[in-house]
Design a protein around this ligand. Structure first.
Ligand code: FES
Length: 77
């Protein structure tokens, strides 16, 4: 049985960068890497932000995910 709910699976597969068809799970996976701490790091690792819109659509979502990640780190430290 899959440990994730349907809602969690849909969220992981949600396309964040429409221009490059990059899903949320690629962003979250990148954030597990020790050298991924900024939007620019995410862009470099995943390719987000390098599409036709130059990151205008995906950058706000990446910033939101980074904010969530930093808050969860603060709670556990
Ligand atoms: S949506 Fe990411 S570069 Fe356009």
């Amino acid at each position: 049985m899959c440990p994730l709910s349907i809602k969690e699976i849909k969220e992981r597969r949600r396309i964040v960068c429409i221009c490059r068809a990059i899903p949320m799970f690629r962003i979250r996976d990148a954030l597990r890497l020790p050298d991924c701490r900024t939007v620019e790091d995410v862009n470099r690792i995943t390719g987000c932000g390098r599409g036709d819109c130059g990151g205008k659509r995906c950058r706000p979502v990446i910033e939101e995910v980074l904010q969530e990640a930093s808050q969860s780190i603060d709670l556990t430290s």
